[in-house]
Design a protein around this ligand. Structure first.
Ligand code: ARG
Length: 478
């Protein structure tokens, strides 16, 4: 008798409805590891014999090598147990001593998710590096800066790219933080009330390379807040990526003409042969919507659940895996897309001064040189801007006389000052405060960010090696 024996009648429709086998493909390998760790602990605590332990190990290894046969089981845990019992005989059924599928599935999800998070961290670090290294090449590339999607002030391409890199850096930091709470072991909680068998939860925790226990056995099987947290982090990450993608779409239009995507990341139209569409960037925007939807779905699934385990929780996991796939592929694709962009540097520089984007600096210069209040200078330059012409000193003098009661040219404001204020490149050079676009400052930020990337890579390598060491030793246990 296997536990999947239904209460009497079976119907394929009902079985299909209950099944999590499709999503469980993602936790199959994790489940074999969890089984091994649990068995070793049972053996060490005299709860199964060495012989039974090694017989079951053999069956698990066969499953790992050859895959499994599915009958009418509900999930991968049943499939594995059934296969073990078929191979090892009724003693195979001792594997499930002192545990439940409830702690088992939560452990498997955490184990598999941990690995995916480490891979995503690697991909995210690569994207950040791409952005920073591209910035390194463009500290003096002048581009228009926008607010309200209107020309605002000149900046540099480095400054712009570093802004995206910093957002991506925070996304990484959030993932690293969530990792601490994902990498905790619920194993040994059993159904929710722990077990009367004298098990050793800390031992399975160590064998599986978890950093601690989800201690309360009721909490351990009930919670999916670690998934919510990861989905929230993925959602924020995707929103940031989507904004980058949106700029790729916008900047590659003929109206902007700031950049061109490599052909690999673009498609043509089936009807309009002249078209080059930024499809990868558009899909990054689109997949963002799907990830946000997953977060909402899982919040909604969890919000009304009483403790402890409820089968509703099975409905959570597919959202997690799908969102992980969407996010990871988006990060990889945008990384490749960004690193192969071709910028139209002439057009960028030419547009940098468009729309009187140097107006702020003209007002600032009036304040610095003549000492007039900023609001007065703002009014003067506003009048000039309304005329739509490039101002000369005479015009500046006559408008200033009206608003400030004096002529700037009589207060040390020269033709050269006017020239400098209206030059996008000197605008940028002047903005050398912390975080500003001046090349000295972006160069400093680039050095700093490259250092942070190296530190991130080191932390990632440390996490990976702790996991690999534990799982390596688990693999050697007999
Ligand atoms: N397939 C289930 C899930 O994903 C595993 C746990 C089932 N537990 C139970 N009591 N039916 O949540």
């Amino acid at each position: 008798m296997f536990r999947n024996q239904r209460l009497g009648k079976t119907s394929q429709d009902v079985l299909d409805y209950l099944s999590s086998l499709e999503a469980d493909k993602r936790i199959f390998k994790a489940d074999l590891l969890v089984d091994r760790a649990h068995l070793i602990m049972l053996k060490e605590n005299g709860l199964v014999s060495s012989k039974v332990c090694s017989d079951i190990f053999l069956e698990l290894e066969k499953l790992e090598k050859n895959g499994y046969i599915i009958g009418n089981e509900e999930d991968v845990h049943e499939v594995i147990e059934k296969n073990v019992i078929v191979g090892a005989g009724p003693d195979g059924g001792r594997m499930h001593t002192g545990r439940s599928r409830n702690d088992e599935v939560a452990t498997c999800i955490r184990l598999a998710l941990r690995g995916e998070m480490l891979d995503l961290m690697h991909e995210q670090l690569s994207l950040i590096r791409t952005l920073v290294e591209l910035a390194e090449k463009h500290t003096t590339t002048i581009i228009p800066g926008f607010t309200h999607t209107q020309h605002a002030q000149p900046t540099t391409l480095a400054h712009h790219l570093l802004a995206h890199a910093d957002a991506a850096g925070r996304d990484l930091a959030r993932l690293e933080d969530a990792y601490l709470r994902v990498n905790q072991s619920p194993l040994g909680a059993a159904a929710f009330a722990s077990t009367g068998f004298k098990i050793d939860r800390q031992r399975t925790c160590n064998l599986l390379g978890f950093e601690g226990l989800v201690e309360n056995s009721m909490d351990a099987v009930s919670t999916r807040d670690f998934i919510l947290e990861v989905l929230a982090d993925l959602s924020i990450l995707m929103v940031n990526q989507s904004r980058l993608a949106e700029e790729l779409v916008l900047w590659s239009t003929s109206e902007f003409g700031y950049l061109e995507l490599d052909n690999l990341y673009a498609s043509t139209s089936s009807i309009m042969p002249q078209k080059k569409n930024p499809d990868t960037a558009e899909l990054a925007r689109g997949k963002t919507g799907s990830v946000l939807g997953s977060l909402m779905a899982v919040l909604s699934i969890c919000k009304g659940l009483p403790l402890s385990y409820n089968r509703d929780l099975q409905e959570v996991t597919p959202h997690l895996w799908r969102s992980m796939d969407w996010t990871r592929s988006t990060v990889r694709i945008l990384d490749g897309c960004v690193s192969s962009l071709k910028f139209n540097l002439e057009r960028l520089e030419q547009c940098a001064g468009a729309g009187f984007s140097t107006a702020t600096e003209l007002a600032d210069s009036l304040v610095r040189i003549t000492g007039m209040p900023f609001r007065t200078a703002h009014l003067i330059v506003g009048r000039i801007a309304a005329s739509g012409r490039r101002p000369d000193l005479g015009e500046l003098d006559s408008i200033s006389l009206e608003y400030a009661g004096f002529r700037p040219s009589e207060h040390d404001f020269s033709e050269a000052n006017l020239e400098r204020a209206l030059d996008p490149r000197s605008n940028v050079a002047l903005r050398a405060n912390t975080g500003g676009p001046a090349p000295v400052e972006t160069e400093r930020m680039i050095r700093d960010r490259l250092g942070r990337i190296a530190e991130g890579e080191e932390r990632l390598a440390g996490r990976r090696s702790r996991v690999e060491k534990a799982l390596g030793e688990l693999g050697k246990e007999r």
